[in-house]
Design a protein around this ligand. Structure first.
Ligand code: ATP
Ligand code: MG
Length: 358
């Protein structure tokens, strides 16, 4: 009351290599029900070479963009949760015999030392016990996450340069799965869904089987590679290639050539996706089948992406809406965020559904 017992919210900050997105939610808990409402939202593009292969090269550009984003979106809360992905984050699902928490923690350190391809001292390790029912052998499934310390330092440095407080670090695909659970509770519990985030450099893939995450992959795929190929093949500028990719072809764009490059790029992307899906479906003896695909990230917005997925996999595919179950005041914000752009906010929404740890 009177703002004293207010839950402390945080800003979900998704720092991609193409754009930075921020979402701050108001979280209301009533009995078992949690309700979310958008407090603040913002989006700013980043200069092309500020983040290369998942590493912040130009920390000044990144921190200035974060500051600009907070200013433009009038975000005053300085507590931010970010997420990381790519090859300096390792996620492993392991099964361990049921044991007490102390023993479990020790076993996990042992597992981390043996399962992670980097020296243990160079990584931060965390884990989560999956909600899955115990296996018949009495094992518990554990998600082991290890992130390279230099990657964390690289990102936290940019956050402090932007004068924000880093209060939590997540992994992109976990944030996305959070947003999926919040917004599609029935489908989350009842179906096997591939939730995909196609950005500029990285495509995160998660497969969730009736509420239990089963597979995670970060693929080196995204819109940046599309733009590069268009630029080279059509001999146009990066900006022209980029505009064409977004469906606004300029006068230097040869329509047939463009269509051919795009088709080839989409085909390669779908082939990689197929490998990931097959890996999951062939993974265990029991019958596994993906029933639905949800697409998010900037690259999901290009014309024909949904139909290309449906044609290839014959699986119901739609754009992921991270605001499906989240309230927002249409008068207060630019509606573009909740309509055309909604699928790029998946990770930021997932991050902001966490509460600041007190
Ligand atoms: N309408 C669109 N709006 C924004 N981006 C688009 C659109 N259409 C295609 N794209 C492409 O999507 C990519 C950006 O997506 P997104 O903002 O999700 O990436 P990111 O999160 O910054 O990158 P990453 O996570 O891979 O580092 C770019 O390659 C961009 O060219
Ligand atoms: Mg991204």
């Amino acid at each position: 009351m009177f703002g004293l017992a207010k839950e402390k919210s945080l800003v979900g900050l998704d720092i991609g290599s193409y754009s930075v997105k921020a979402v701050e939610l108001k979280i209301k808990e009533k009995n078992e029900n949690v309700q979310y409402e958008v407090q603040k939202i913002g989006y700013e593009p980043l200069p092309h070479d500020a983040i290369v292969e998942g590493t912040i090269i130009d920390s000044t550009a990144v921190s200035e963009t974060i500051k600009l984003l907070f200013d433009n979106a009038r975000i005053t809360n300085k507590d931010a949760a970010i997420s990381i992905s790519g090859n300096s984050v390792i996620i492993k699902k392991i099964a361990l015999p049921n044991m007490d928490p102390q023993e479990l923690a020790e076993s996990i350190i042992w597992e981390a030392k043996h399962n992670i391809p980097y020296p243990y001292e160079e990584t931060n390790v965390d884990y989560a016990v999956l909600k899955s029912p115990r296996t018949p052998e009495g094992n518990v499934d554990i998600l082991l996450v290890a992130a390279k310390k230099d990657k964390i330092a690289n990102y936290s440095n940019a956050i402090s340069m932007a004068r924000k407080n880093l209060v939590a670090i997540e992994v992109d695909i976990f944030s996305l799965i959070n947003a999926f659970e919040v917004n599609y509770p029935e489908i989350f519990k009842e179906k096997t869904v591939a939730i995909i985030n196609m950005g500029a450099n990285i495509t995160n893939v998660g497969i969730v089987e009736r509420g239990v995450p089963q597979l995670f992959r970060d693929l080196s795929l995204g819109g940046y590679f599309f733009t590069e190929n268009i630029r080279k093949e059509l001999n146009v500028s990066f900006e022209e290639a980029e505009a064409a990719l977004k469906g606004i072809p300029g006068k230097n764009i040869n329509a047939d050539q463009f269509a051919a490059v795009l088709t080839m790029n989409i085909r390669d992307l779908l082939d990689e996706m197929e490998k990931t899906f097959s890996f999951y479906e062939a993974g265990e003896k029991r019958d596994r089948r993906i029933e639905q695909i949800l697409l998010s990230g900037g690259l999901a917005l290009i014309p024909n992406m949904i139909s290309a997925f449906e044609l290839k996999f014959r699986i119901k595919t739609e754009l992921f809406n991270p605001f499906k179950m989240i309230k927002y005041d249409e008068k207060k914000f630019d509606s573009i965020y909740f309509n055309e752009m909604a699928p790029v906010f998946g990770v930021a929404v997932g991050l902001s559904t966490r509460k600041a740890e007190k």
